[in-house]
Each structure stands twice: as C-alpha cells, then as structure tokens.
Design a protein around this ligand. Structure first.
Ligand code: MRU
Length: 343
C-alpha cells in the first residue's frame, strides 16, 4: 500500500491530516486562515521538519489570498505579519525558515507585480516547494535503500515518514524504497516520549504500508542494540550544522551514543534544505522547550505530582562524530557539508 498523504493544497485551502488524533481517528483539517495554521503547527497537528516548511509556505499563500490590502505596501505588510507569526511557531526545524525565505524571495524578485500577480506567484512557489519535497523524499529513499540489506531490522525514533513530509518521508523513505525493491525489512519504532510520535505515527504509517513494525518504549532501545536485534539506526533531522551536528527529536542523541557503544551504524536521512549554512556547529541550534503538561499530564492523565519541576526539550543535538553517514537527495554524504554540493 502507498504511504499516506498528509499535506496537500486543494481549493485554495491547506488540507492536513490532524496528527494529534492518530492512530485512533483519521481527521483531515481544511485550513484557510494563517492563525489556524500557526495553531496547527504549534500543537503538532502538522509536524516534521519538511512538512512544517511546506505548510508555512502555503501559510504565506493563505495570507496573500485572504488579504484585503488595497495597495502594495499594505499587502507586503500583511505578508510580513503572516510570515512572522509562522516563524514564531517552532524554532528548531530550519525548513520552516528556509521555506519562508523562499517565499520572501518571490516578493523581492517581482517588484513590478500587482497584488493579484504576486499572490499567484506565491502560490506557484509554495506548490513548487511541495513538489520538490515529494521528489526529494523519493531520491533520499533511493540513495539510502542500498544501505539496508534484505532481512535487516532498523531502529528508528520519532516519525520521519510520509506524515512528516509532503512525500514518502526521509528515514522511512529509505525503508519504503528498500521494501519496494523486494527486500524484507523489519522496523523497531521507539515510542518517543512524551508525544509518542513513534508509537502513534510511525507504527500507524508503517502498518498502513504493510511493513512489519514493533513498538518499544524508549528505554528498551539499549537492549535492542546490545543484543544486535537492530542492524542500523535510521532517523530524520530538524536542523543539521555544516559540521554534521544534528538536531532531531529528544532521545536521538542517546540512541546515537548507544549505537556507537554497540557498533551499530547510525544514519541520518534528510533533505539538503535541513542543512543550515548560517551556523557552524550544533551549539548554535535553538532547541524548542515545550509545555510542561506534555510530561505531567500527557494525553489527559496526570502522571507527575503537582509541584514537581518539569524539563521538556523537544529536540537534542547529536554530535557529528556519532553519525556514520547522512542520506540526502544528493547521495550518501559525510560532513563538512559545502553549499555547492547541496544546492
Ligand atoms: O516535534 P516533531 O514531531 O515535529 O519532531 C519531528 C522530528 O524530530 C523528525 O525526526 C524530523 O522533523 C524529521 S521529519 C522528516
């Protein structure tokens, strides 16, 4: 079965699968206001670095289409306001800022365009970003698939699949392509505390695609690696520094240490747009801190006594020397990354 389609642009609205309700409910939201989209990003209704980028690009289109501005300065101010709102939603995934920059570039590139023309050009650019993401996902999958041998078991963390992109995912694209080429692949999915993207999303998405998946609590990953039950670890990324330091879902760093300790290859799959050439190392990556209630009363059940402190970073940074290789749409790469090799 083909991987699920989680984000699309239909009838001047952004259609997203509400990921907060998975796996028990499949509900698509039709978003036509930037403020609703910002809410959806903050609450992870749409999530995953590439999908957030695509969503933000269409957020600018929504602002353009719904604008009642009567002159260009007002229109541009309206767009700027929307872009600022979207940029304030989540700080770590660079794809959000990358997509907003591309949309900004369109405004700068057509100084003589009318409001109508600019709105159409912005829609065209957002559609291109979505199409490129689909294409890039496929290429990541094709480049990465040869790393997985027939019969391999792969340990993954969070969700870097179709739900996190406009295409077939990044880390999971590698698995989909390997399976498509006739290999039997088994997946271990960390449940991924506190929001359970592994248990709720990766297991659901792989199940839909007919791929063998086993969910484990995050703390069981050490045993899986110690007992060599997984042949490699394969994860996505939210932001990669040119030196290879990589931000991804909280818990990724621990997994990388475990993989290194047990001599299991640790791969990161991501589009080249996830590389942030404006920084030098992972120390400069902003880490999102999320609401304490995700830990103290996740999914509506209180599990931490009142008064206890809560620490809830959404991401961590894995140092480059713990990463065996990067799988991008441009091939298997190792840092330092150069802009000319990742246009
Ligand atoms: O907080 P989330 O669910 O948006 O975090 C997502 C991840 O950490 C993914 O691994 C990453 O964005 C890569 S998605 C292709």
């Amino acid at each position: 079965m083909a991987p699920v389609r989680s984000i699309s642009w239909e009838n001047n609205r952004l259609r997203i699968l509400d990921q907060t309700l998975l796996p028990s409910k499949i509900v698509y939201l039709e978003i036509d206001r930037v403020s609703d989209l910002a809410e959806a990003i903050v609450h992870l209704r749409v999530r995953g670095a590439p999908a957030i980028g695509v969503a933000a690009a269409f957020g600018v289109v929504l602002a353009a289409l719904r604008s009642s501005a009567e002159n260009m300065p007002e229109f541009k101010q309206h767009l700027r306001h929307a872009a600022n709102l979207l940029a304030s939603t989540r700080p770590t995934a660079v794809n959000l800022f990358w997509a907003l920059d591309r949309m900004d570039g369109v405004v700068d590139a057509y100084p003589g365009a009318s409001i109508r023309e600019l709105a159409a050009l912005l829609e065209k650019e957002a559609a291109a970003i979505l199409e490129e993401d689909r294409n890039v996902c496929g290429r990541i999958g094709e480049h990465g698939a040869p790393l997985l041998r027939d019969g391999f078991s792969v340990l993954t963390h969070c969700n870097a699949g179709a739900l996190a992109t406009a295409g077939i995912g990044t880390a999971l694209a590698v698995i989909y392509k390997a399976v498509q080429s006739g290999k039997t692949i088994k997946v271990f999915a960390d449940e991924t505390r506190p929001l359970l993207q592994g248990a709720r999303l990766t297991a659901w998405e792989l199940g839909q695609a007919g791929i063998d998946v086993t969910v484990l609590c995050d703390s069981a990953a050490a045993v899986i690696l110690q007992q060599k039950k997984a042949d490699c670890v394969l994860v996505g990324a939210d932001r990669i520094a040119p030196n290879g330091d990589t931000a991804n879902k909280i818990g990724t760093y621990g997994l990388a240490i475990l993989a290194g300790r047990h001599d299991v290859p640790f791969y990161v799959a991501a589009p080249s747009s996830t590389i942030d050439f404006s920084i030098q190392s992972g120390r400069e990556i902003p880490i999102e801190q999320r609401d304490f209630r995700e830990i103290s009363s996740g999914f509506g059940v209180q599990t931490v006594p009142d008064g206890a402190g809560i620490y809830n970073p959404a991401f961590d940074v894995t140092p480059h020397n713990l990463i065996s290789a990067f799988i991008t749409e441009n091939g298997i790469q190792r840092p330092p990354f150069k802009k000319k090799n990742n246009p």
